[in-house]
Design a protein around this ligand. Structure first.
Ligand code: EPZ
Length: 420
């Protein structure tokens, strides 16, 4: 198994190009199930989660070619509607095949994704919405067995809670349903918006894109003619590199981003004393005179993203004074705390709230990656720690960060991948 070795203390500088967003590419790949033609997706990040979903699509019957961040895929050849446990267990986002398989074929079996390091992560809202659209759903031997013999029907769905993949599943289901769907309290994340835009380009009548209510006129199982597109930049990867600049108090620039998608992150970094200069597709971070403490409360977009919580917590260890992080989305998303404590951080946990005392000197240590974003927080801590940090189980990082060591090295960090 690989691990990352980081020697702390280097200042960073330079530019880093941001890859396509994993969390946008995943639903967009699933959406090709709705298509009757071959489609080319550009700017697809070469990360483990994308390869896992491609493997699942291959297993279902899709044909594709994946080279240089470009996926040329034909899912009109799908003949099987069973997403099996062996692949689904390795990635929760496989649940994104449920809506498209059911609306296209009128039946499917998708393995239940199971538990996860950041919390329970139920999928009840996905299932409830599909039932409202006429699906009969049973859970049998660990599989969601869903049927809609005459196809799904448009319906009014009011989500009890905002769910990103739940919204994406239902949007894809509604695209091929019979009649009109009204989806209320739908997620407004940029990744959800891109999915809607790609469906709209393919001729699906969608109103309300970017608001919390969508009206979708389904095609009554007429498969779509998807047009080629390029995946939006990864706002979480960009935020992670901005935090790398911030924690080392260095000047760096993230390129190929959509700054509007990073407003909550940029505003928080400004509040902490950094200079942020935003242009069309770049954000430049300038060092702070003094890194100030701050509080964050995670919420749905456009609020502060839960996927940036761990990285900011690492940064807060280097801020003067006390910072508070309140995690409102996932009850267990504090797995990085004990590892940061191993490096000397002073963090007190109570329920869904963490109190971080800064500024504390961190020391290199052996630490364990537990989930994707928790692991990136450990890299950030390693960059300022005295001595050497070894991060084990980095397969979590490989799920979502493309060319990670190379990008860090180009910024001047001493980060290498080694074998255990
Ligand atoms: C998406 O997960 C992202 N994954 C996550 O990214 C991200 O952390 C999360 O949204 C929140 O922004 C992908 O896009 C592939 P949710 P998702 O359904 O859709 C509750 C990363 O590191 N809920 O929006 O699974 C749920 O428990 C990751 O890249 C229900 O109660 O998250 C949570 O409290 C990890 N019932 C809240 O809603 C449901 O049926 C939001 O979860 C569904 C969700």
């Amino acid at each position: 198994m690989d691990y990352l070795q980081i020697k702390g203390g280097s200042k960073l500088n330079g530019k880093v190009k941001i890859s396509g967003a994993k969390n946008a590419a995943l639903p967009l790949l699933a959406c090709t199930i709705l298509s009757k033609n071959r489609v080319t997706m550009k700017n697809v990040p070469n990360v483990k989660d994308i390869n896992t979903l491609l493997k699942l699509l291959l297993n279902l019957g899709s044909k594709f070619n994946y080279e240089k961040n470009c996926v040329d895929i034909d899912s009109s050849t799908i003949s099987n509607s069973m997403a099996n446990y062996d692949i689904v267990k390795t990635m929760r986002a496989s649940i994104l095949t449920l809506g498209p398989l059911l609306s296209t074929f009128g039946h499917c079996e998708v393995s239940l994704p199971g538990g996860c390091a950041i919390g329970q992560r139920p999928i009840d809202l996905h299932l409830k919405a599909l039932e409202l659209m006429g699906a009969e759903i049973e859970i049998k031997q660990g599989y969601i067995v869903a049927k809609a013999k005459k196809g799904l029907k448009g319906a009014t769905i009011v989500f009890d809670k905002i769910t990103v993949t739940g919204s994406e599943n239902i949007i894809m289901a509604a695209a091929l349903a019979k009649g009109r769907s009204r989806i209320v309290n739908v997620a407004k994340e940029p990744e959800v918006i891109q999915l809607c835009e790609v469906l709209k380009e393919a001729g699906v009548d969608i109103e309300g894109i970017g608001t919390d209510e969508l009206i979708i006129e389904g095609t009554d199982r007429e498969r779509l003619n998807l047009k080629d597109f390029s995946v939006i930049p990864d706002r979480i990867e960009a935020g992670t590199y901005l935090c790398a600049g911030a924690i080392t108090n260095s000047g760096i620039t993230v390129e190929d981003v959509i700054p509007e998608h990073l407003e909550a992150v940029v505003t928080k970094l400004e509040e902490m004393g950094f200079g942020l200069y935003v242009s069309k597709d770049k954000i430049m971070l300038k060092p702070a005179k003094k890194i100030k403490s701050a509080d964050i409360i995670t919420s749905e977009y456009p609020g502060f993203p839960t996927d940036m919580q761990a990285q900011f917590m690492a940064l807060m260890t280097q801020a003067e004074g006390v910072s508070i992080v309140e995690e409102r989305l996932f009850e267990n998303r504090f797995m990085h705390v004990s590892e940061l404590q191993r490096m000397g951080a002073s963090i007190m946990l109570r329920g869904n709230s963490a109190t971080i005392q800064g500024k504390i000197k961190l020391y290199g240590a052996d630490v364990m990656a537990t989930d994707l974003r928790a692991s990136s927080a450990l890299i950030l801590a390693g960059l300022v720690a005295e001595g050497t940090t070894k991060i084990h189980r980095i397969y979590h990082l490989d799920r979502g960060y493309e060319n990670l060591e190379e990008k860090f090295k180009n910024l001047g960090a001493d980060v290498v991948r080694l074998k255990e």
